[in-house]
Design a protein around this ligand. Structure first.
Ligand SMILES: *[C@@H]1O[C@H](CO)[C@@H](O)[C@H](O)[C@H]1NC(C)=O
Length: 450
C-alpha cells in the first residue's frame, strides 16, 4: 500500500503541476520519470549476479559525456543498462532495462558538458532530500526525471525504459536534434524490430518458463531480459500460417515466424548464443498446439516448415540415436499429445517418423502425472502437468508426486508444472528439483537463488 501511494504521488509530480509555485525556476527538478530504478547496484543469487543501479549508470554516462559540446537546441544522449525494480525491493524484484540520459541545450549558445557537474545534476534525482519526490526511500530507488540547469537553460534528463533505443546509442553518446526514442515493433505487434540481439549479453540465465510469452510487454525480449530459458507460444493454423494467441487471433494474428523464428535466428547468427554470458545455455520453445482433429496434423506440418531456417542452420536440439543439444529445443505440447485424458497419453504419430519430423528436432511434452511409458528421450523433452493435478497435496512435493518427479528425471525430462502457487512458494518449488518455473510476472524471479 505504501508503495502505491508513493507511486501516485510521483505520478502527480511528473505532470509538473504539483511543484510549489514559490520554487525558484532555476537549478531544480522539473519532473520525475515513468519507472523506478534501483539507486545503488544490487547483488542477487548469493551475491553472484550484479544489477546496475542508477548512480553507476550516471557515472558511466557522465564520464563519457564530459567535454562534449552540445550545440544550440541539440540533444546529447546515451542509453545504458539499469535495474528496474518495479517499485519494489530491488534485491527481490526487477528486470534488466535501460535508462536514457539526455542533455538538451535550450540556449542559443553551446553547452560544454563537465563530467563532475553532470553527475551532480543527475544524482539530484537519486538523492534522499526533502525536495526530491523522484526518490523512493522505502526501496532506495528513483524514478529519474529532469534536472534544469540555470534558468531552464539546459535540461539533464534521466528516463527509465524497458526497451532499448532505436538509435545506436547504447553506451555511446549521440548528438542530434531530438531525443532518442525506444525501439518499436516495425508494425508487427509486440515483437521488437530489428530484434536487439545485444540486449542479453550481460543477462544471467535462470530456469524460468515464460508462460504465454506472447502476452508479455514484448514477446521473447521480455523473457530473455529476465534470463528465462524457456518460453511458451500457443499456436493456431490458418492456411499456411501459424498464428500465436491463447484464443485464436484469426488469420491476421501475429505469426510464429515473426515472433520467434526470425528473432531467434538473428540472435544466434549474431551472438552465437542465446545468453553470451553462458554460451552453451539452450532455450526451450514450448509450442502449445491449440487445434484439434485434422488441424493438429496441419499445424504440425506447418511448424516443421516454419522451423526450417533454425533446423538448416543447425540450431535445434535433435535426436539421432542420442540427444544432441542445440541452442534451441522445440517442445510440442497441447494437442500434439494424443489421448491426453486417458491414463496412457502418447506423442501424435507425426512426432515419431523421420519423414514428418525431420532431424527428429521436435520433441513433445510428456504428461507427468500419467503413465509415461510412451515417452522417452527420443521423442520427449519436457514432462508437464497442472500443479493441482500432479502435486495435489502441495508443498513439499512428496509421496506419489515425488515419485513421478523422480521418474521424469530418470527418463531425462525437464519437469514443469503450470498454475503453480504464488511467488512466496517459488523458491521452495525451485529447491524441490522442478526444472522450469512457470511464471507470468517475470520481475519476481529476480529474488530466487539457485
Ligand atoms: C532519508 O532521509 C530521511 C530524513 O533525513 C531519513 O530519516 C531516512 O532514514 C533516509 N532514508 C534513506 C533510505 O536513506
Amino acid at each position: 500500500m505504501a508503495m502505491n501511494r508513493l507511486f501516485a504521488a510521483s505520478l502527480l509530480l511528473s505532470g509538473g503541476l504539483a511543484l510549489p509555485a514559490a520554487r525558484a525556476n532555476s537549478d531544480y527538478i522539473s519532473s520525475c520519470g515513468p519507472d523506478w530504478m534501483a539507486v545503488n547496484d544490487v547483488k542477487s543469487n548469493h551475491g553472484a549476479i550484479q544489477r546496475i543501479g542508477y548512480n553507476t549508470a550516471v557515472d558511466s554516462f557522465c564520464d563519457k559525456a564530459g567535454g562534449i559540446t552540445v550545440g544550440a537546441g541539440a540533444y546529447s544522449s546515451m542509453a545504458t543498462r539499469v535495474w528496474l525494480d518495479y517499485g519494489n525491493n530491488p534485491e527481490t524484484t526487477g528486470l534488466n532495462g535501460w535508462v536514457y540520459f539526455e542533455i538538451h541545450n535550450k540556449q542559443s549558445g553551446t553547452h560544454v558538458v563537465d563530467a563532475t557537474s553532470c553527475k551532480q545534476y543527475l544524482k539530484k534525482l537519486s538523492e534522499n532530500t526533502s525536495g526530491n519526490s523522484c526518490y523512493g526511500p522505502t526501496n532506495k530507488d528513483t524514478k529519474g526525471g529532469t534536472w534544469q540547469v540555470g534558468n531552464d537553460a539546459v535540461s539533464y534528463h534521466a528516463l527509465a525504459n524497458k526497451l532499448p533505443p532505436s538509435a545506436d546509442a547504447v553506451d555511446t553518446i549521440i548528438t542530434q536534434s531530438g531525443a532518442i526514442a525506444a525501439l518499436g515493433s516495425g508494425g508487427k505487434g509486440n515483437i521488437l524490430d530489428p530484434f536487439p540481439t545485444y540486449a542479453f549479453n550481460d543477462v544471467t540465465p535462470f530456469a524460468c518458463h515464460s508462460h504465454n510469452d506472447y502476452t508479455r510487454d514484448k514477446a521473447l525480449y521480455s523473457a530473455l531480459s529476465a534470463g528465462c530459458i524457456s518460453v511458451e507460444a500457443d499456436i493456431w493454423i490458418h492456411g499456411s500460417k501459424l498464428v500465436v494467441g491463447h484464443t485464436d487471433p484469426g488469420s491476421n494474428g501475429q505469426t510464429f515466424t515473426d515472433l520467434y523464428v526470425n528473432p531467434l535466428k538473428k540472435l544466434i547468427d549474431e551472438r552465437k548464443a542465446i545468453f553470451p554470458a553462458k554460451p552453451d545455455q539452450s532455450l526451450s520453445l514450448l509450442i502449445d498446439f491449440k487445434n484439434a482433429g485434422s488441424n493438429t496434423d496441419k499445424a504440425w506440418d506447418q511448424l516443421v516448415t516454419d522451423l526450417k531456417p533454425l533446423r538448416d542452420a543447425g540450431y535445434l536440439s535433435h535426436w539421432d540415436g542420442s540427444f544432441k543439444q542445440g541452442l534451441v529445443t522445440i517442445v510440442a505440447s497441447g494437442n500434439a499429445i494424443k489421448d491426453q485424458s486417458s491414463s496412457t497419453p502418447s506423442p501424435i504419430a507425426k512426432a515419431l517418423s523421420d519423414a514428418t519430423n525431420p532431424q527428429r528436432a521436435i520433441f513433445v511434452d510428456a504428461v507427468i502425472h500419467k503413465d509415461m511409458s510412451r515417452f522417452d528421450a527420443s521423442n520427449a523433452y519436457f514432462a508437464s502437468a497442472k500443479w493441482s493435478d500432479a502435486v495435489p497435496n502441495g508443498l513439499p512435493i512428496s509421496g506419489a508426486a515425488k515419485t513421478k518427479l523422480d521418474e521424469a528425471h530418470s527418463k531425462g525430462f525437464k519437469v514443469r508444472y503450470w498454475d503453480i502457487p504464488g511467488k512466496d512458494s517459488w523458491q521452495q518449488i525451485v529447491d524441490s528439483g522442478v526444472d522450469r518455473l512457470n511464471v507470468d510476472d517475470l520481475q519476481y524471479v529476480a529474488g530466487l537463488e539457485w
